[in-house]
Design a protein around this ligand. Structure first.
Ligand code: HEC
Length: 365
């Protein structure tokens, strides 16, 4: 009796697992590529037998970098005329001719492989192997790529941005286009893009649109965020606002941005990047000075204060350092109406800016 019960449970369990939304449980499936919908793995590509397919991060340029011994572990997936399962886009499938003359199917530009240690349907043992093999998902919002960094100057760079040859892992969008961070940015703070987007062609802000997308299993969705940049969305990773490099031209695996304007200024992004740090009180005061206070000083004070006093330059408030040194005094003068000397008193809104600046400077000390 016990055994019968156990058998029933097993039969029941099998019928549950084979009754998925995808076609792969169907005995009559035609040879091709289908989507398996798994509660643990999400949606990924399988062949008609339910065997998992994989992407290789080193294939970022679209050709296969898995050759010889590698192919013993990761056999090629190829079907001259595969049936494409529902939920997949026919146009994303293509075929490449490999260097050895054999053929291989690709999805979204990524050559497809099996893993030799997957013995039965539903095995996904190849996922995240060595951080360079990932189960082939149709809806990755980003992918990882491994390759040689080549700058805008045509030179090879290593992961530390010194010249030289070496593999580096970097994040790309779903089309294989490299994303970058800027060392000047702070946590969730884009310090590059101008309000009129006049410099957005050089380093376009990246909106990866990760809603409902999946990620390679070594990347954590919680590390992504989104900020508003003058009305447009920009994706962040570990607090770093993400950008494309204009001259990469939206092409797969190009990394020209790593050397512009000089190496290390616009780093590529990967899972080892340190969290972006919040701006320091000094940086906050500096930004406020440049954006809000200096325009008033330049129009209402500098006429007299730039070089007015012979004794020193310290009352030239057109630099942050000098304004910071006398922040409280500046506020007192404009608030009391003593300054601008002999001129029209500043508006309350302008006076408030001096007050705010003075408060920000007190935060520094
Ligand atoms: C028309 C010329 C003139 C303008 C415009 C002017 N100042 Fe002055 N300011 C002076 C003179 C002269 C002094 C020194 C003697 C005094 O207090 O009258 C001075 C002194 C000061 C002092 C006292 C400390 C120091 O630097 O010597 C502060 C603070 C100051 N001004 C702030 C400002 C601010 C802020 C503005 C703009 C909102 C401004 N001033 C605009 C002429 C001017």
């Amino acid at each position: 009796m016990k055994n019968v019960l156990r058998l029933l449970i097993i039969v029941f369990a099998i019928s549950i697992t084979s009754c998925s939304k995808s076609d792969e449980g169907n005995k009559n499936v035609l040879p091709g590529v289908y989507v398996k919908d798994s509660s643990t793995m999400g949606r990924y590509l399988v062949d008609e037998k339910g065997m998992s397919l994989y992407y290789f991060t080193k294939d970022i340029m679209g050709d296969s970098k898995c050759t010889e011994g590698c192919l013993d572990l990761w056999p090629i997936y190829y079907n001259a005329n595969p049936v494409i399962g529902s939920g997949l886009n026919d146009e994303e499938f293509a075929t490449i001719t490999r260097a050895d003359g054999s053929m291989q199917n690709t999805y979204k530009g990524w050559p497809l492989y099996y893993f030799v240690n997957d013995v039965e349907a539903d095995d996904t043992n190849g996922d995240a192997v060595k951080g360079v093999w990932y189960i082939a998902k149709p809806d990755y919002g980003v992918m990882l790529a491994d390759g040689q960094l080549v700058g805008d100057d045509g030179k090879n760079y290593m992961s530390d941005y010194k010249e030289g040859e070496g593999m580096t892992q970097f994040m790309v969008n779903m089309d294989g286009v490299t994303v970058y961070s800027w060392v000047v940015d702070r946590e969730n703070e884009n310090n590059f893009t101008k309000p009129d987007f006049s410099n957005d062609k050089v380093w376009p802000i990246a909106d990866l649109n990760l809603m409902d997308m999946s990620l390679p299993s070594s990347i954590d969705m919680a590390d992504f965020g989104e900020i508003d940049v003058y009305g447009k969305k920009q994706t962040t990773y570990k607090g770093w606002p993400l950008y494309y490099y204009g001259k990469d031209n939206g092409e797969r695996g190009i990394t020209k941005g790593v050397s512009f304007p000089s190496p290390g200024i616009w780093p590529i992004v990967n899972t080892t990047i340190a969290d972006a740090v919040p701006p320091t009180p000094t940086e906050i005061a500096q930004a406020y000075y440049a954006g809000s206070l200096k325009p008033i000083i330049d129009t209402r004070c500098t006429t007299c204060h730039a070089g007015y006093h012979n004794q020193s330059n310290e009352s030239d408030y057109s630099t942050f350092d000098h304004a910071m040194a006398r922040a409280g005094g500046l506020y007192n003068q404009v608030n009391s109406g003593g300054m601008p000397k002999g001129g029209v008193k500043l508006s309350q809104a302008e006076i408030d800016i001096f007050k705010k600046f003075s408060d920000l400077v007190s935060d520094i000390n």
